[in-house]
Design a binder for this molecule. Sequence first.
Ligand SMILES: [Zn+2]
Ligand SMILES: [Zn+2]
Ligand SMILES: [Zn+2]
Ligand SMILES: [Zn+2]
Ligand SMILES: [Zn+2]
Length: 340
Amino acid sequence: MEEIREVALAYYDNCTPELRGKTWEFFQSMDTNGDHRISAREFNEFLRQTGYNTIITDPELFARLDRNGDSGLDFDEVLTFYYIIKTEYVRCRGCNKYLSGLYFTCFECFEAANPSTFDLCDACHRSSNFTHHHSDHTLFLENHILLYYKRGPDDSMAMEYLYAQALEYYDKATPELKRSVMSFFQSMVTHGANQVSLSVFNDFLKQNYYDWIFNDPLLFQKLDRNRDGGLDFWELLTFYYIIHTRYFNCRECQVYLGGLYFTCVACFEGGAHYRRHHHSDLGTYNLCAACYRSRNFVSQHPHHTFFLDNHILLRSKRGLPPYATPSLVNYTVIKSHLVL
Ligand SMILES: [Zn+2]
Ligand SMILES: [Zn+2]
Ligand SMILES: [Zn+2]
Ligand SMILES: [Zn+2]
Ligand SMILES: [Zn+2]
């Protein structure tokens, strides 16, 4: 819940005054006695009147939203609820909790025209705590991996530019980060060797499902600058840099993006076009909720201002109305897509 809350607040802080007004109207429509606090009674009344009581079957939802446990929802807590209903936030099919952080989704169900996806939390996926009626569906992908897969292969990576960027990144790195790069390299070289072989590298991609992200059979060859058939420390560093800056870390504070985060839609959708325009390879531009909320990025990333969270973006890749949901405008009851 905490993570969803952070994202809802970041949207709110970045939206127009007009949309903020609409959000307040939503809050006031729930607050029937006007005490700026939504009681359990007002909450249930809202669910009943809007018909959400037939969709939201989690009896604990009010308690989960009521973060400070004072038996009433304040505006921020209602924002979290608003985000959940507006974005049709999904729950784990194993334990029924709202998903947060990394989760897994059935690839076949995602790609099919089913009204709902089959999603699992990390723990239920790991312990096989679920029954999926499609027993032939065996591929479950992490939401992060799936999102990059849906973005399409990044076949125009400017390797020379990335190599130079990676050297600069390493140069400025903390001793801790340097150690982590070194142990990554050492984990990939077989005993006594001083470079990473093609087969070890490709196994690593497969094991981590990174081959779904890159989807480029020539990635190894592109990283192997001197074409000696192996990746030395600096060549592997480029790969490490790509993974850690473009895909899984905040561009501003470098925190690992374990769950919900924001991404620049123009960079995500129009990566190739943007690269041509700037003659450099920028990849996706991801921010943690805190950096997006504080608008930390504005000086670093001035061209684009439209950000969406990875949950919404992934949903939009299923053919649901793109970018319609998170605008925090007046609510409507959408029953058909909500997963229970
Ligand atoms: Zn679960
Ligand atoms: Zn399935
Ligand atoms: Zn950040
Ligand atoms: Zn951008
Ligand atoms: Zn520009």
